[in-house]
Every structure is written in structure tokens, then in C-alpha cells.
Design a protein around this ligand. Sequence first.
Ligand code: ZN
Length: 293
Amino acid sequence: MNNVNVPFAVIGGSQAYDLLQKGSIRGERVGEIQTPFGPSQPIYHIRDTLGEMLFLSRHGEKGYSLTAPFVNYRANIYALKELGVKQIVSWSGPGAINKTYQVGEYVVVDDVVDETHGRESTFYKNRGIGFIRQSPVFCPALRESIKESLGNLKINFSDKGTYVCTQGPRLETPAEIRKYKSYGGDLVGMTLVPEVFLAKELELCYAAICYVTNYAEGTVDRTFKPGELFEGLSSDTERKAVERAVSQFPIVIDEIAKNIKQQKAICQCASSMERYKKRGDIGPDWHDWVRKS
Ligand SMILES: [Zn+2]
């Protein structure tokens, strides 16, 4: 059994993990945590000058070894809860449906549309619990921390955006992007669902910071280029803007870790399951709420 107890965690993609590998972030490997849903992805304990946090690389340790539909979201969220985490910031790079966003720009998304299918999306199978309100979708206090942190660092960002989560691993068709746009989707990615909903089921605060990696299919006219990332969907200039955004990851998460400790905003995330506790459906120990089936 481990004795790590850290209240703040960041779940990042492979590009964030590369920074850890290169030494831009210093962290000690805690390793995989065994959960009723199988092992989590390896977790790192980061103790930097400013903050202390756990870091979990969603897509594995070797490049992009796990694509979004195959990530064990339940194991990852369970493992973080087990290590004492109360607040999770997600870091990911979706595409833009809404062209008012710039590639490389940060967006503190505020709503989600779930277009995934077949993912294990609840801890509460066959339990009769888990009707949890989803407004606000993301923790308002944590969103405040992210916004203040980006502001302190004088980084431009947008504080609004509806994230459409697709199944993947394939990218979207032009017609799918038109559909998402028609109902108000701003960004399209593959990772926030079911992560955000699972976090809420275990009464964790969860918010997401996205950096725009490209414009979604059909929104800009781009020639197909075999052998390139996204087959030509992003230009050289855009790739540089994305690199810049990614390179700021260490300072951004440090600033958020520092800001969280002083955050005055209040949230209700820790009482998502209150109704079921009151009714006597579940007891005080969250381990007993979760049933593997
Ligand atoms: Zn919260």
C-alpha cells in the first residue's frame, strides 16, 4: 500500500508526459495503482518549487500507446481518489469547430456534449444511484483557479467553450463537424468523457484546460498530406503555436497548484452523492459505493 496523500492532480496527454521525460517537470514515479477496474496508468508525484501534485499520463508512458476509447478512465479516477486527490485538472488538446478560437489558444471549457459510445462511464452499475445534476459540468472553483492562474501569467485564453467528446480514435468527418457546430459545439476532442462524469461520481472537483491543436475537418480548406500528424490538417505555423502552448504546461500547472490553495470560490462537488448518503443508500466510505460489474 502506498502512503501518498496529495489533494491536487493533473491528468495530461502524451505531450505533457514528454515534458516530464525531458526533465521540464521533476517527478517521482509512484507507479500504477491497482483498482477494482484494473491497474491505473502510472502516476507521478511532482514536488516543484511552487506546488505539489500528482500527474497521470492518460495515454500511457510510451508516446500514444493508448488511444482515447481504450483509456481505463475508471481505474485512473479511482486511483487518484485513493491517493487523496480532491481536485483534478485535465489538460488536453482538442480541435476547434468554432473558428473564433486561435490554434494554440487556451480554452477553459464550460460545457460538454457526449458523443462517445461503449465506454465504461459509471462507477455505479446496477446500483440505482448516480442521478447527478450536470450544471455546472465543471467545478466552478477550480475553473476560477485556472482562469486566475492564466491571468497571473498574462496568457490569453477564452473562458467559454462547449467541448464535444467523440469516440475516436479516428478523426471526425466534415458532416459530423457540421452537426456538432449546429448544436453549439466549439471544440472537438476524445478524452473528457467519461472522465469529468466519473470524477463527479466520486465527489471530486474536476475542470479542464484545453489548448486548441488544429481546426476541425471541413472548417478550413487543407490538402491531405500523407505521413504528417492529422494528415495535413494543421499547418507549420499552427504546429509552432501548439508547441508554444504545450511548453507552458509546467508554469501553468505550478501556478494553478499555488492558486488552488488560496481559492475563495465555493463549489458543491464534494456533496454530489449527498442525497444517497441522506437516504442511507450509501455509507461514508466511498470504496463501498463502487461496485465492479
Ligand atoms: Zn469543486
